[in-house]
Design a protein around this ligand. Sequence first.
Ligand code: 6PG
Length: 473
Amino acid sequence: MNTEHKNAFGMIGLGTMGSNLLQNIADHGYKCAGYDISADKVAALNKLNPEAIQGFTDMNDFIDSLSSPKVVMLLVPAGKIVDGVIEELLEVLEKGDIIIDGGNSHFIDTDRRFKDLEKQGYHFIGMGVSGGEEGARRGPSMMPGGDQKAYEIVKPILTKIAAQVKGDPTVAYMGERSAGHFVKMVHNGIEYAIMQLISETYEVLKNGLHMKPEAIHSIFKKWNEGQLQSYLIEITRDILAYKKKGSDHLLLDDIKDEAKSKGTGKWTSQAAMDLNLPIPIIDIAVSMRDLSKYKDLRTKASKIYPDSEDFQYDNKNDNHVTKLEQAFYFAMVSAYAQGMHLLYRANEEYDYKLNLDLIAKIWRGGCIIRSEFLEDIYTAYQKNLKLKHLFLDNAIHQNLVESIPGIRTVVSEAARNGIAVPAFAAALGYFDNFRSEDMPANLIQAQRDYFGSHTYELKGKEGTFHTEWEAGN
Ligand code: 6PG
């Protein structure tokens, strides 16, 4: 086959993401190929754009259809399936070919695969892809990491299919080895945190302030036009207006209150714990998804523990909604700040060579956590690439200070009224400790030394010390 008639890009896994991404690639003038074990999926793909997209159920035919170096991207479920497909690919690819894992793989798996494939002479890119179905079709945000030379080869295609923000594509080389998947994992951790904050906001509006769906919808609509503008607020606005044809109530009200997850949020918390780096809003978001699954226990407890009946929200002149907007801003900033702090620390530990400004830049469009605030994050890191924590940026500091009254009111009113806002509370608790020169951790050190002779250090004095505490009583 003449090379120019060959396909420039191959995709394994023709689920919604794979098939939409191929259509996006074809829209930009590239011939491409898709492979899947499901004949139905291949048949469906072959109907989409036969001039530019070819579907295959035979691996050899699929690989033969690609120009060299062959570029094959995997969009298959994370875990063993990725290893299985790579093993199969090694039978048919040649050294120098490029494998891109575009799924939500765990970064430790990506490290292992990168090393194995490098040893064998293949190029491997672990790439986070965000934006869901619509993103894949119209422009996702992509976080490639690993083999930089290979990235340079696929860069022209990825740059064209990415979303564009102010003329810049939302794709960039993130860093070495598993950097791309680590960044995507943290993206998802922030996604979990913001989704939890939105659900708590909805809870305050619905069960605290007893607002009707139309009023709640209007609030999200208004917020999406201001400093809280973001994809997640935007879709929440739409969900809060969606009724099935002929229905008198929101579809949302019929949906079970048990949240599922595929693990990326949990991995973010695990990775952060391993690095001793606090990201409590993300941790709470993971835990509350888990708690939501204990429906039977919650149902039993709801029968034996009373609601808080003594208090009522003070909602004069919509005051509380304004406070809630401030509180959301405060906690959202904190969720991003914790995620970025984790990236900063991971970069030190794993020597990924990350650029935090570039990460903020490519998250401004295409991905699930895209938001107006990412412009501020981008600006902060552009001003100071070595910025250790977003709370220490001048502009962010200013806005954060202005929103403190909001978060204090929302957390305290919710506590008084028995409305659960654990992510807001975590944001406030994290902040109040973060801004404390003195934390009560001295007492923890004393306790550790008391029961376990773990020793402690003294202010202004070198060395470690131990006390026979019981003897002093
Ligand atoms: C994205 C999303 C996506 C993720 C879903 C579901 O950036 O497009 O992060 O990659 O798979 O959001 O994640 P959970 O099932 O864990 O909620």
